[in-house]
Design a protein around this ligand. Structure first.
Ligand code: ZN
Ligand code: ZN
Length: 241
């Protein structure tokens, strides 16, 4: 009977509309969020945060051992919300390589949770740009998605101020010295954008802090605009061997 078929179709589509998949593991969940198992595999970084990388400061110094070794960073403070592992790592990988832009929104909401005090020191959020070829391929800049959501939550405006001029190969396997060298002059602050940076507290945003080489190059470009201070915010701190 046609009436029954319509009814069945209705039930079928209702069931499918109401089924969500967990952004961490892909399993079906009843609500639009992480499943219980994935929620347990999230590791927020407890304060105090290392001002060099935003990770946990581990010793008697404010800076962690890796940052002490890296030397002066071209920023004043840093904050990373989570360790790069478990669910957070999975969500970031999907965000970057499996076309899940919605993960960026959720990650920003999760990261903002404990970061209020840190974030409120800043006037403007500036995402680290992708090279336009990579952005075309991915369809979006993940750091911009995170910045936009963070801006909506905090009321701090965000603006794409930096230009990325050089195309650099994926760098996760290169060491810090090599990364710094390849990234030199990769970013620039166009003349017309200097007014937004001058005497302002700028929050530079990227998805993951690994060696800090990308952020280093981006912060150096921001420095040409004479900001009052620069802070670095990332969703996750990834330890390097
Ligand atoms: Zn899950
Ligand atoms: Zn550090």
């Amino acid at each position: 009977m046609p009436g029954n078929r319509v009814k069945n179709l209705l039930i079928w589509s209702m069931e499918n509309l109401l089924a969500f998949s967990c952004p961490g593991c892909g399993k079906t969940t009843e609500n639009n969020g992480l499943c219980r198992e994935c929620r347990q595999k999230i590791h927020p970084i407890e304060p105090p945060h290392c001002p060099g990388c935003g990770g946990k400061s581990d010793g008697i110094f404010a800076e962690c051992s890796q940052c002490l070794e890296a030397g002066t960073r071209p920023w004043d403070d840093a904050y990373a919300a989570f360790d790069y592992n478990g669910t957070i790592r999975e969500m970031i990988v999907q965000l970057k390589f499996q076309h899940r832009p919605e993960n960026g929104i959720m990650l920003a909401q999760m990261a903002a949770g404990n970061a209020g005090e840190f974030l409120m020191k800043y006037d403007l959020i500036v995402p680290v740009p992708l090279h336009f070829l990579r952005q075309m391929k991915r369809g979006y800049n993940q750091s911009e998605i995170i910045s936009r959501e963070l801006s909506a939550i905090t009321g701090i405006p965000y603006r794409n101020l930096l230009r990325r001029s050089k195309y650099t190969a994926p760098q996760s396997r290169q060491n810090r010295q090599r990364r710094l060298k390849t990234l030199k002059n990769t970013f620039s602050l166009p003349q017309k954008n200097i007014e937004y940076v001058n005497s302002k507290h700028i929050l530079l945003l990227d998805d993951v802090f690994t060696t800090g080489a990308t952020l280093n190059a981006a912060a150096c470009a921001l420095q040409t605009g004479n900001p009052a201070s620069i802070g670095v915010f990332t969703i996750a701190r990834r330890g390097v061997m």
